[in-house]
Design a protein around this ligand. Structure first.
Ligand SMILES: *Cc1c(COP(=O)(O)O)cnc(C)c1O
Length: 421
């Protein structure tokens, strides 16, 4: 790891050595008083690639030119548009092409997948999840449990950090799995905790879960485009993620879903079906009998949202060009530099800042508790051209993302923070 210095000159030198630095100019950076803002919210809504409008324009043009015939005659025929996203998406999350599909929204996908993968019995009905999971995940899990007639308090096992700690200990996860091995139906957690930024050891959790006879699924909202994932090799049963955070697809963009190959032929499992999950050869015969596609595409319900997918494709092409290896490498350096800068400020400010993100198990997010400061500090940061993210009750999340954040961003963040404290 580099020996860091808290100076503009040093930050600029790191930028000049960064092979991805030119990608910053491929994005629109929000402005504040004539300068680039320090945008640390790529974990909430990624910035807009300058190419996005061209990708969408292509589809608008084809719609204008061909009308309904665009399904077949468009440059990227809409009938199979989702298929041109498959290979690159599969690479992004470490999956086989047959295991990933872009469809719907994240919470919708979680529900659709749980319809198939959460099949509780009187004996086996519990779900192991994170305490204080992202609210939408909590509501999804609670409603699934209630839907099947179980009580939330009984059926949901919530794993929390120990008293006075911020990081969930993996030994506590394994113990909870073991303690409930006869009643556990499903493990459903985020690959990255959205609040603390902790990354979980997905491979080992899958192993432990399977050993206990449970299905294991992950919400990768904060994992996709942030971490190197190997969903296939880790034997993850299912996963879902959104594309508007690290993946820069734009607000409400189409989401991703993964179902491991080993489940593809099991067409007996319950499924909420729609015509886009029906065998492609015979889909338009409009037969009464549903003939499921033997891949993750079977979970599709509706024809694809082309404009949203075009926006996703603009960003996906960039991710594919760069690759997660390089992004990951830069991400570690950026995050380490941010940690260093916060540490330097802390020395001058009576250690009022506490980083609650683990030192090792993390991606490119640092969550900071500013003791005695709270929301006022967050508001002042915004007024001064920094966009971090605020999470109740007291956390400022900063995500320097490797695709477009610079080391200079981090230096400037430090300078502004120092002035405000
Ligand atoms: C962002 C996020 C969501 C949002 O769900 P949508 O269905 O896309 O609105 C859900 N869960 C987690 C963990 C998230 O980080």
């Amino acid at each position: 790891m580099t020996n860091f210095t808290n100076s503009l000159e040093f930050a600029k030198q790191l930028d000049s050595q960064d092979s991805l630095h030119s990608y910053r100019s491929k994005f629109y950076i929000p402005q504040h008083e004539g300068h680039d803002m320090v945008y640390f919210t790529g974990n909430s809504l990624g910035l807009q690639p300058k190419t996005t409008k061209d990708y969408i324009q292509q589809e608008l043009n084809d719609w204008a030119t061909y009308g309904v015939e665009g399904h077949f005659l468009a440059k990227n025929p809409w009938m199979s548009y989702h298929e041109i996203l498959t290979d690159k998406t599969a690479k992004l999350v470490g999956a086989l092409p047959s295991e990933v599909v872009m469809m719907n929204q994240l919470t919708v996908n979680l529900h659709l997948l749980m319809v198939s993968f959460y099949r509780p019995t009187k004996q086996r009905y519990k779900i192991l999840c994170e305490a204080k999971a992202f609210p939408s995940d909590q509501y999804a899990l609670q409603s699934q449990v209630k839907f099947h007639g179980f009580s939330i308090d009984d059926a949901l096992i919530e794993i929390a950090p120990r008293e006075g700690e911020y990081e969930v200990r993996h030994e506590d996860i394994y113990k909870a799995i073991d303690d409930n091995k006869d009643s556990l139906a499903l493990i459903m957690i985020g690959g990255v905790n959205y609040f603390s930024g902790q990354v979980f050891d997905m491979k080992s959790i899958v192993e432990a879960g399977h050993k206990a006879g449970a299905i294991v699924g992950f919400d990768l909202a904060h994992g996709a485009g942030n971490l190197k994932l190997h969903l296939h090799d880790w034997n993850v049963d299912f996963a879902a993620w959104c594309s508007y955070k690290y993946l820069n697809g734009g607000p409400g963009c189409v989401a991703g879903a993964f179902v491991h190959e080993q489940h593809h032929r099991n067409t007996d499992m319950p499924l909420f079906a729609g015509w886009w999950g029906h065998d492609k050869e015979t889909r338009f015969k409009m037969d009464r009998v549903f003939k499921p596609i033997e891949s993750v595409e079977r979970w599709q319900l509706s024809n694809a949202p082309i404009l949203s997918m075009a926006a996703y494709k603009a960003s996906l092409d960039m991710f594919d060009e760069v690759g997660m290896d390089k992004l990951n490498e830069k991400s570690r350096e950026l995050t380490a530099y941010l940690e260093f800068i916060v540490g330097e400020i802390n020395k001058q400010k009576n250690n009022c800042l506490e980083i609650i993100t683990p030192k090792v198990n993390r991606g490119c997010q640092i969550s900071i508790v500013a003791h005695g400061q709270g929301k006022a500090l967050y508001n002042k940061l915004i007024e001064n051209g920094v966009i971090p993210d605020w999470r109740e009750p007291n956390v400022i999340r900063c995500a320097p993302v490797p695709m477009y954040n610079s080391f200079e961003d981090i230096y400037r963040f430090g300078e502004i923070l120092n002035q405000l404290l």
